[in-house]
Design a binder for this molecule. Structure first.
Ligand SMILES: Cc1cc2nc3c(=O)[nH]c(=O)nc-3n(C[C@H](O)[C@H](O)[C@H](O)COP(=O)(O)OP(=O)(O)OC[C@H]3O[C@@H](n4cnc5c(N)ncnc54)[C@H](O)[C@@H]3O)c2cc1C
Length: 458
């Protein structure tokens, strides 16, 4: 039985970096990966989708050529084989880089196969049982496939199988109007597909403020994406066009038909076939591994990092998990999950950058607060670039003057949000930003202007 100081299961966003830190600290480490090195983000998540979104953006701008005084003779066509090839050429170096770096790391042994616990300190891969006093679970998640009537009768796509699509679906029906579904929906609309988004909730990205949901919906509808909301009683079946989705909505036709079906209704953790019962590792009702604020499971020596612990669903939260565990185990730190501030982006165009509390959450908290909003039409940089969709919203605590949160739906919203995020980490009052001189012309230069217009949140 090969013995190690540490075993890392999964090579997503936390595992490889942790393995490197452990090896650098002199530990003998085993890393187990059952499929693609780099995990979801690199292979079927962030990297490929943002590559697709970039191709879609190029098509969109090309179609708007006349707005910019540019002449393009003939129609704008999208070569889906070339789009996929570009995406693959961006993914491959990242995947190969993770694989190469781990396999060439002295002190690290890579096992390729599915890892399963056979005891609290032992994991089996193939016929080999590895043993270590410390085990780090970084197994991520996968698309959840709902128990929807008829789903066994029709082919469907998920974020993973979408990666193999090298053709233009005539009509893509996206079930799920949240972050993953909307990125694919807009990209494929821009590639030239008809697209319908079917969402159970009364609005898209229902976790966001209503004005944010509406802003995103307006953008998508303006591009010709059909939205079917309140789709509460879903079922699917075969149709001469491909697939029929029965939506049973409160209004509109009871059925949506399309050529292809994409399911984007959430993620589930890869913990169902991990032998967690053999190790005694506790999970919650949805299968997420239960961890404390330092990512320790209930079993001493076993940690869970990334999407599988349910404490985050992003690459940056998985990476932050690595930083917390590495700091605490190797640097004598005291870092905690509770110290991080919620932050993420939706990569539609324009993107949505979010940090801290939403307006809805601030209102629920009942604390006295200030709010400022600005339409992107008032932002000269956006006007100059011809990209004025969206708006910005900032919330501030009236007593401490610290930022509570922000939603930036607009040009560069995914980048500009960090100016607020960093001041939140610094616990600085908003007046620091209000008095800062920003560069013209940028989107960020309007944040001090907005702060000058803060008003009571009523
Ligand atoms: C379409 C899409 C777009 C996304 N876009 C973004 C984005 O723009 N920004 C962002 O921050 N996040 C994004 N995400 C989320 C992001 O991809 C995940 O949060 C992130 O990859 C989680 O990393 P992880 O380390 O937890 O696990 P993963 O990256 O999922 O890696 C887990 C690894 O473990 C391996 N594994 C699983 N079980 C076993 C086992 N039993 N034995 C051995 N190996 C195993 C898997 O093969 C995989 O390689 C997106 C996700 C999707 C699906």
């Amino acid at each position: 039985m090969p013995k190690f100081d540490a075993i890392v299961i999964g090579t997503g966003q936390a595992g490889p970096s942790l393995a490197r830190r452990l090896v650098a600290a002199g530990r003998k480490v085993a890393v187990i990966e059952r499929k693609h090195f780099g995990g979801t983000c690199v292979n079927t998540g962030c990297t490929p989708t943002k590559a697709l979104v970039a191709s879609a953006y190029a098509a969109h701008v090309a179609r708007r050529h006349a707005d910019y005084g540019v002449t393009i003779a003939g129609p704008i066509a999208v070569d889906m084989k070339a789009v996929k090839a570009r995406k693959d050429s961006i993914v491959a170096p990242s995947r190969n880089g993770v694989e190469r770096s781990l396999k060439s790391l002295e002190g690290c042994t890579v096992y390729q196969g599915h890892g399963r616990f056979v005891a609290p300190s032992a994991v089996k891969v193939g016929e080999t049982v590895l043993e270590a006093p410390q085990i780090f679970i970084n197994v991520g998640g996968r698309a959840s496939v709902p128990a929807m009537p008829g789903l066994d009768q029709v082919p469907y796509l998920t974020n993973s199988s979408m990666m193999d699509v090298d053709f233009l679906p005539k009509h893509l029906v996206v079930v799920g109007g949240s972050y993953i579904g909307l990125e694919f929906a807009q990209a494929y609309r821009r590639f030239g597909s008809e697209v319908t988004v079917v969402e159970m909730a009364p609005r898209l990205i229902a976790r966001e403020d209503e004005d944010v949901s509406m802003g995103v919906a307006d953008v998508l509808e303006a591009e010709g994406i059909a939205l079917r909301l309140n789709a509460t009683c879903l079922s699917v079946g075969k149709h001469p066009d491909g697939v029929a989705v029965n939506v049973d909505c409160t209004e509109g036709a009871p059925q949506v038909t399309g050529s292809h079906l994409l399911l984007a209704v959430g993620r589930r953790p890869n913990t169902d076939d991990l032998g967690l019962d053999k190790a005694g590792v506790a999970t919650d009702a949805r299968g997420f591994i239960t961890v404390d604020d330092q990512l320790r499971t209930n079993v001493p020596g076993i940690f869970a990092l990334g999407d599988c612990n349910g404490r985050g669903a992003f690459t940056h939260t998985a990476w932050n998990d690595f930083e917390i565990v590495a700091a605490n185990l190797l640097d004598g730190g005291e870092r905690r999950v509770a110290d991080r501030i919620a932050a993420y982006a939706l990569y539609t165009d324009p993107p949505l950058g979010r940090c801290g509390m939403s307006e809805t959450e601030v209102r629920k908290s009942g604390r006295p607060a200030l709010i400022a909003t600005m339409p992107m039409e008032d932002v000269s940089r956006a006007f100059e670039k011809g990209e004025t969709n969206g708006f910005m919203k900032i919330l501030v605590d009236k007593e401490t003057k610290q930022f509570l949160g922000a939603s930036f739906l607009g040009l560069s919203g995914d980048e500009v949000i960090h100016t607020v995020l960093d001041l939140m980490y610094a616990k600085a009052p908003y007046t620091v930003m209000a008095r800062a001189m920003h560069i013209h012309p940028t989107v960020t230069e309007f944040l001090p202007t907005m702060l000058g217009e803060l008003r009571d949140l009523e």
